[in-house]
Write a new protein. Structure first.
Length: 100
């Protein structure tokens, strides 16, 4: 159940593969995150759809949009040291890639 009211309705197009800080319920999921590579990973409901991956790398938080499990050639990468900016971008990507 989604209790984080900031998450767009398009979240129903995604499965949560990994969630360190209760993304679906905690508005502060990224602020509360331990700085590690594995913070959040969403997989699109379509088998050939994207993966949205959020992790901490060196001094920045990065979002990767991955297709066909090709981690060497992400479709998009967005990075910032500001959790608020990353959080807004994650919500944007959920909607942007809602249709695969």
């Amino acid at each position: 159940m989604v209790l984080n009211d900031k998450i767009p309705n398009d979240i129903n197009k995604w499965h949560v593969n990994y969630d360190q800080n209760d993304f679906l319920k905690n508005v502060n999921w990224l602020k509360d995150a331990f700085p590690t590579e594995d913070i959040l990973q969403l997989r699109h409901v379509y088998v050939d759809g994207p993966i949205l991956d959020v992790g901490f790398y060196e001094d920045r938080i990065k979002i990767y949009i991955i297709y066909d499990k090709d981690w060497d050639n992400p479709k998009e990468i967005f990075e910032s040291s500001d959790p608020e900016i990353i959080t807004v971008k994650v919500y944007e990507f959920i909607t942007k890639y809602a249709n695969g």
